[in-house]
Design a protein around this ligand. Structure first.
Ligand code: CJB
Length: 829
């Protein structure tokens, strides 16, 4: 009865304030309430961690208000939404980011200090959410922040792993991996939605049946698990909009294998049921190596199937005709990991909604867009046909049908060019038959994006050349970006305040192009003073961390030179270490006078190696062995120090990046699709020492060649250099430092032998030898610039001033306008 319901609603409204209040007393009451009733500790006695929990819950309450309002607003407006499908989101900590985006950080800090707590200390209590490996995963997190801030109607979908990326522990210089059971201490930022569940099916058989006289396929699955939604509200900055990141967890299904309960052993049957949870239990730690593991494929399909069901449910709530689907739905594939979504949407449209192939295919071609993050063909995901056919028999059929139609069309267009047909086919023939997920994604998406201009060029001329020749209009690029909210406002509050002061506004936090205004003051002596002070504050913070972690005292006058990222051969951490050995060797051979001219350096390296990646693990050990030698050499003192920062993750990055003077990005040109770490350093006024690779090329265009230390072969020269092979001359300096390792200067010579073999002679695939001299020259140029404080500070200011293009706000706006065709949908305040 309407009257009765209206009356009840009004009564409820009367019982509650419309919104929670943010004055100091209300906040303190709220925090204490959560101490007592949520954390269940006495409000007269609770420690920092409990205070953090209560604080987090008070923040969460405010977050939920906005999230509800946004979801209701989206429902009412029913805009076209983008669904961002990604197997990885590297969120890091949430508390500071959330209170800053909600605009209530200072209020909370005041309220806490009146209770005798320090906001920063409590924020440190939070553990990182590491549901991803590296750049790709952190990019997803930055893009969610931008989607919310720019008011786009977006939903993120992913997996709620119970074990995040392993923790890296160093024992005697070797990497050991420990599990990251991150949910142990609870996660206040997620909302468990026990009623939002979907069944996900695996295995079984497909039969032909007749429905209303029409032949159709029926998939009779052999296993079923339940996907449960966990919602993670993502607040925008300077807006009420708070969007949803929905992560799925696997739970046993009540419909799962009931038969075994009746016939078999009860205990065994329960244990079997529990196995369902393993699907979402662990994040695969192998950044870009595809091993054809069934569990990985199960994860991919599990999250795709649940997300697609959720998307259809939402669409069908308000729409009847599937022809409207492309007007309401854009599906973004973050790399090929979610590309089974193509076959899944097709299956639902054909087998459950009973659309004709023609109509279903028409919809597919309008809704999917694909972004690849990879440069090399070996990086592309392939799934063995046997594996796919066993786990998802109906999907394999659909992929075969898509491929059949595609190849038939292709023959009409290009004739019987069998080499090309073979290359472009979704099915790779060979000893093991594979499904090429990238080909599937390119064929079925309306747009294929690269992540930098160079990357896109490589896609068009190499990786996807055949497809580009066929469909040039599909290929675009969106140079990556990072969010300035996390990478300046949260991680570098002093720089944030300084920028706002000099620009006279905080508007740059939403509109990063304003940073360019700093150029006007690039030579202003007063700004120089303040700029140097900010760097110093951040260097002190980093130096304290290094000392607490390793006992090593470092000089603040030294240049803090940082290379932090996943360890990969192509990223050439080894080049950095060889350069350090060379520097060490030079200092050792100098007389007293020359030593006085040496620019002191603290070299900082950090990053994880995939557990099965032997060479990368040897690089970590080499770094420690070299550090051991140098740091204990009294002859060297403060002139050179080498530090390995263990367990590099988002929160460590937030502390390291602002404290860096120089940052290194050494990938062999043509191998880094974009690179995003460099953007974070740039925003924080760190100078770059880099190759002309990925998005660095575009950074140089923004800030000018004079403000970057560029070195090394260009992408187009790399192929020619490799061809030279054994005739390629490497400099003596290079051979000498490799010889020092081989001769046991740093111990462990047998262990390092294979590492040395990898970079000498024809095996030097990543061209360390060829680039070495140019690298040393760039390093010398950096030294020279550093001693000229005024010049360095100016370069630093110009770096930050020119970093605006590398905000994920710009990237997301380009996606919205040129790929997804969505409009902002701003929730009224
Ligand atoms: N990337 O982090 C990953 N993992 C992969 O498996 C493949 C690529 C990185 O993605 C970043 C975001 O697009 C890029 O900036 C980076 O160059 C790329 O290596």
């Amino acid at each position: 009865d309407f009257g009765e319901r209206k009356g009840q609603a009004e009564r409820m409204l009367g019982l509650m304030d419309v919104f929670l209040k943010n004055d100091p007393i209300s906040l303190q009451k709220d925090i204490l309430h959560h101490v007592e009733y949520t954390v269940a500790r006495s409000r007269f006695s609770f420690d920092d961690f409990e205070a953090y929990q209560a604080l987090a819950h008070s923040v969460r309450d405010r977050l939920i208000e906005r999230w509800h309002d946004t979801l209701i607003h989206f429902k009412k407006e029913d805009p076209k939404r983008v669904y961002f499908l990604s197997l990885e989101f590297l969120m890091g900590r949430s508390l500071s980011n959330i209170v800053i985006n909600l605009g209530i950080r200072d209020q909370f800090a005041d309220a806490l200090s009146q209770l005798g707590f320090d906001f920063e200390v409590l924020a440190e209590q939070e553990g990182d959410a590491c549901l991803g490996n590296g750049g790709l995963a952190r990019l997803s997190a930055c893009q969610m922040d931008s989607l919310a801030t720019l008011d786009y109607p977006a939903v993120g979908y992913g997996l709620r792993y119970q074990y995040g990326l392993f923790r890296q522990v160093i024992v005697d210089g070797f990497q050991h991996e420990q599990p990251d059971y991150w949910l142990n201490f609870g996660n206040p930022w997620e909302i468990e939605r026990i009623h939002i569940t979907y069944p996900v099916k695996f295995y079984g058989t497909v039969t032909d049946e007749f429905l209303n006289g029409e032949k159709c396929k029926v998939w009779v699955p052999g296993e079923m698990v339940e996907a449960v939604a966990y919602d993670n509200p993502i607040p925008g900055y300077g807006t009420r909009n708070t969007i949803n990141l929905r992560l799925w967890a696997a739970k046993p299904s009540d419909q799962h294998d009931m038969e075994s309960f009746n016939t078999g052993d009860y205990v065994d049957a329960v244990v079997n049921r529990q196995r369902a949870e393993s699907i979402s239990s662990i994040l695969y730690p192998d950044d870009r190596s595809y091993q054809g593991k069934e569990l990985r494929l199960k994860q991919q399909y599990f999250f795709v199937s649940a997300s697609v069901q959720d998307i259809f449910r939402r669409f069908k709530d308000t729409h009847k005709k599937f022809d409207e689907f492309p007007e309401k739905v854009a599906l973004q594939l973050n790399d090929t990991h979610p590309s089974l979504a193509i076959a899944e949407v097709m299956r639902v449209l054909l087998d459950e909604e009973h659309l004709s192939w023609h109509r279903a295919w028409d919809i597919i071609c309008k809704i999917f867009s694909f972004t690849t993050h990879t440069v090399s063909p070996e990086g592309l995901e392939k799934i063995p046909v046997d594996l796919l056919g066993n786990l998802l028999p109906r999907h394999l059929q659909i992929i075969y049908d898509i491929n059949f139609n595609f190849v038939e069309e292709l023959k009409k267009m290009i004739g019987l060019d069998y080499d090309r047909l073979t290359r472009m086919s979704i099915v790779e023939e060979g000893a093991v038959k594979n499904i090429r997920m990238a080909n599937l994604s390119v064929i079925c998406s309306h747009t294929v994006n690269g992540v930098s201009r160079l990357h896109s060029e490589l896609l068009r001329t190499k990786l996807f050349k055949d497809f580009y020749d066929l469909w040039p209009h599909k290929f675009q690029y969106k140079t990556n970006g990072v969010t300035q909210r996390r990478w300046i406002v949260v991680s570098n509050p002093s720089l944030c305040a300084l920028i706002s002061k000099w620009l006279g506004t905080e508007a740059w936090i939403r509109d990063i192009d304003l940073l360019i205004g700093l150029r006007d003051y690039a030579t202003n002596a007063e700004l120089h003073q303040e700029w140097k002070m900010v760097k110093k504050v951040n260097k002190i913070r980093l130096a304290e961390y290094i000392e607490a972690m390793s006992g090593l005292k470092v000089s603040l006058d030294a240049m803090f030179d940082v290379q932090t990222k996943r360890i990969h051969e192509y990223k050439r951490q080894l080049l950095n270490i060889l350069g350090i050995i060379h520097r060490y060797d030079c200092i050792k051979n100098m007389d007293k006078n020359d030593r006085k001219k040496v620019v002191p350096r603290v070299c900082i390296i950090g990053g994880k190696a995939a557990p099965g990646y032997e060479i990368a693990k040897k690089v970590i050990k080499l770094c420690h062995a070299v550090a051991e030698k140098i740091n204990n050499d009294n002859d060297i003192g403060d002139l050179l120090k080498l530090v390995f920062i263990p367990d590099y993750n988002v929160s460590v990055a937030e502390m390291v990046i602002p404290g860096a003077d120089l940052s290194q990005h050494l990938s062999t040109a043509g191998h880094e699709a974009s690179g995003t770490g460099s953007m974070k350093f740039l925003m924080n006024g760190c100078l770059l020492l880099a190759t002309a690779d990925g998005s660095t090329i575009e950074m140089v265009e923004e800030i000018g060649q004079d403000n970057v230390f560029l070195f090394g072969a260009k992408a187009h020269e790399v192929v020619a250099l490799r061809k030279k092979g054994p005739t390629l001359k490497v400099p003596l300096q290079f051979s000498r430092v490799v010889r020092m390792i081989r001769d046991g200067h740093f111990g462990f010579e047998d262990y390092f032998k294979s590492l040395c073999d990898k970079i000498e002679g024809t095996s030097d695939y990543f061209l360390l030898g060829a680039d070495f001299m140019s690298y040393l020259e760039a390093q010398a140029a950096a030294d020279k610039a550093f001693v000229d404080e005024e010049r360095w500070t100016k370069m630093s200011i110009l770096s930050a001033a020119g970093s605006g293009r590398f905000s994920s706000d710009r990237t997301i706006q380009e996606y919205a306008e040129n790929t997804w065709d969505i409009q902002p949908c701003r929730c009224p305040f």
